[in-house]
Design a protein around this ligand. Structure first.
Ligand code: G3P
Ligand code: CA
Length: 254
């Protein structure tokens, strides 16, 4: 299986483009992924769901209305239906040719240029999505010069455990949000039985949380960072990755 020490910690955080460069382009589209690579990012975060005919598709919401001109649930439409939708105009008319992508196509297109952080969205809606994802990943030859070429993350612990049973060598991250009781070290240790990362929402992060996650031997990617000051603070905390809508945060383009 995967060894935690294989994946944790360069000297500065990895920058991961959240749904691509989604601050600049429509999220989870080729335009957003291309833009993030242009900005020099090495990692792309994206979200997956299943079409009616069982294709893994790259889209954040379970429904189509917010980011496409389609209607209803993603899972009620075939990939062919979905591939005809406009996935860019909602953001800006200039992106009207953007389409919902199949995961396989995105992996094949970018695997020589980027690593991937793949989020399994709402797995309770998608029977068998973990095995399909494991199969899709096994078909790709990932590049070897990145710290790690692919991580799978989810808010759903059972889904991650299921995925791990199909793909024991792929690093796993548990997404967590702030809870009233916080997240105990005991719970972190349980998480470390099946995951290599705990990926917290920015509003629950402080220096001590990062230290505690590291002390149980796990890595930590923080989401979603939107400004340079926060990114700088997280770098000082020693986080392993920063998931951001603005992947040029650490570049001095101005
Ligand atoms: O990468 C973590 C983050 O993407 C989780 O939240 O809603 O943006 O998918 P969301
Ligand atoms: Ca996500």
């Amino acid at each position: 299986g995967m060894n935690k020490n294989d994946v944790i910690s360069p000297k500065y955080p990895l920058i991961i483009a959240h749904r691509g460069a989604s601050g600049y382009c429509p999220e989870n589209t080729l335009a957003a992924f291309n833009e993030s690579l242009k900005m020099g990012t090495k990692y792309i975060e994206l979200d997956i769901q299943l079409s009616r005919d069982g294709e893994l598709v790259v889209i954040h919401d379970t429904t189509l209305e917010r980011t496409t001109n389609g209607k209803g649930y993603v899972k009620n439409w075939t990939y062919e239906d979905l591939s005809r939708l406009d996935a860019g105009s909602w953001f800006n008319e200039q992106y009207k040719e953007e389409r919902i992508q199949r995961l396989q196509d995105v992996l094949a297109r970018y695997n020589e240029a980027a690593g991937f952080v793949i989020e399994i969205k709402k797995p309770a809606l998608y029977q068998g999505i973990e095995e399909k994802l494991a199969d899709a990943l096994s078909e790709i030859t990932f590049q070897s010069d990145l710290l790690f070429p692919v991580m799978v993350q989810s808010f759903d612990e059972n889904s991650l455990k299921t995925f791990r049973s199909f793909a024991p060598d792929i690093p796993i991250g548990l997404l967590v949000k702030r809870q009233p009781a916080g997240i105990s070290t005991k719970r972190m240790k349980r998480i470390s039985q099946y995951a290599q990362f705990i990926n917290p929402k920015i509003n629950m992060v402080n220096r001590r949380l990062i230290k505690r996650i590291h002390s149980v031997g796990l890595g930590v990617f923080v989401w979603t960072v939107k400004d340079k000051k926060t990114a700088e603070k997280l770098r000082l905390y020693g986080v392993d990755g920063i998931i951001t809508d603005f992947p040029d945060l650490f570049n001095n383009r101005e």
